[in-house]
Ligand binder design. Sequence first.
Ligand code: MN
Length: 716
Amino acid sequence: MITDDDLIQALTLRNPTANVSLVRQAYAFAQRAHEGQKRASGAPYFEHPAEVAMILARIHLDSTSIIAALLHDTVEDTSVTLEDIKKHFGSDVAFLVHSVTKLSRLQWSAELKVQASQFHKLLMGMARDMRALLIKLADRLHNMRTLHYLPSLKKQQKIAKETLEIYAPLAERIGIQKFKDEMEDIATRVLYPELYQAITQKVQEMTQSQKVDIEAICQDLHTILQHHHIQATVIGRTKTPPSIIRKMECKHLTFEQLTDLLAFRVVVETRAACYQALGILHGAYVVLPGRFKDYISIPKSNGYQSLHTGLIGPSHHKIEVQIRTKDMDDIAHYGVAAHWWHKNPDQVSPHQEYAWLRDLLEIIEHSDNPEEVMERTSLEVPSREVHCFTPKNRLITLPTGSTCFDFAYAVHTWVGDHCVGAKINGRLMPLRTQLANGDIVDILTSESSVMSPEWARFAMTSHARARIRRMGRAHKKEHYALLGRALFEKKLARKKIPFTPHQLLPYLKTFDCVTLDDLWAKIGHGFVSIPEVLSHVFPQHTWGLPRSQKKNLYRSASSKGMHHTPSSLEIPIHGLIPGLSVRYAGCCYPLPGDRILGILVSGKNITVHREDCPTVERYGSQPDRLLNLAWKKNKILDTKFIGRLSTRMVNQPGNLAAIAHMIGKNRANIVNLKITQRTPEFFDFAIDMELASAEHLQKLITLLKTHKAVCSVERL
Ligand code: MN
């Protein structure tokens, strides 16, 4: 068990003036409060808050954070009240405990609306005091470390998934790589045990067969630098399974094609020495082309700075080298926390400004569909970025693949909302054009621009996507409302029945609408039929309802507060039109997790396609037939979807069986297998299988790529 002495020793290492006696008091206070409670491991409950406090003391946070960490579960789980904490430890500590308590209730429940609003609270809490998030992250890290004590595997998986989706990316966003790496490592082991195991084994085989001696390589690099009078510390390691998996996925490589399983960190004294060291190493070894990155001149959005390069290094091993100063190294590992160290920790402002945090809050606040935010917002720091400039030389950094839409929204929300065209390097280009490094982009705007929601698929960043959908939706709704009202009034005029719109007001709820415009829009869309509305407003007349079931449908739907027909409830997709049948496209095999669009076929059916499917491209000129769709995240349980892979393998007996075995072990069910080409050396085949999600397929592809007989695997 961590003692108060341990905590104080770690705390005073960089912060000798910290309030030691208050830390001791908090330690005793929390220990008493949790008396008798036990963790899933059987250990005394107090072990948990003590460990959480220690995690924070090790990254040298201030005493307020350490005290709040010790107390973080007392209000939730014991008889202690916030008032008690305020009285004994002050209002700062009380605020932090309060924020963390609120965050702890953040169970990602099945109700996504609740989830999104809690997510919003989490971000608000962070915006007010970053330390609340740091405590929450340390809390989650310790819970991950003790995850294996939970008896239910399902529960372990749920927590691991939540960690991968929310907490690890948040840790990365604020630059605490140490937390992120450990969380990701444990989560990957729990969620993808076969893949984790296969990668670990591959790394072992590789280091043994190539006789890799990391210590010797460090020594060689160090000697060369010293010879040129550069003082450096060199540390080497093999990359971790999660980072190897990510590399394989985003660069579409097999394990054997990876060049940088060995990573070395060179820490030097000054910024100038970083570039000198780079020059020396580039002179001494063969440089792997295309690998050099200068994150010192252009830091990552979380503040990360370093030079990256790839070399064929000592003893002909391919290595990745990261060169940075000590300060940069601190930021690389501890991000926002390192800011506490370089100033007087008790004086540093906890209000760190983060552009992405502002963006996220804005997206959520302006969204009328919080589920969509959860669906569309990625917290991840993009691994590859493109750097462009405004005509006034302002640098705009975007994820690779971004278009002028993303650029416009990155400049300013107003510019995005009103963009009508773009000049790239002085030449007029379509807004959907993907940007390249160094482009100078001039966005043309107009007050009267009209956004189509379907353009969201030409945007990469969640900010741009959310705004475009919102703008387009607002415009579209206006259009449908006008149409709906006109149709409705025409019908009544024909029957010569006097009518004013406010007669509809009592029935808004019946049709699940808030405003009159909502109802007009639903009528215009055809979601609600005119006779259906009329039969409510003028029940004395007969309105020739097309089918009696339709009436029941809306009645039952509105009484439960749902938008969908019972049949579409089973399809885990938002944005469908009630009454229309739904089919998954056979050209692109959409899976839960893919970005999807619907195509209206002859007004009767909806075909669900992946956003990047060539079929969708062909409907570009008929945006009215395209529907915005999104998967309902938590509704996808055991439904099986079909995914298709194409694979090329070395033609040897037993290989196919080995692959089939791998697939089966990963809970995917092969439903069809076809050999498409066969030569004496290789054979190609297509496999159709039942899968749970795009993520499931992705991880399976990566696993197959670790097999030595597999030359390539692609999703079709
Ligand atoms: Mn806790």
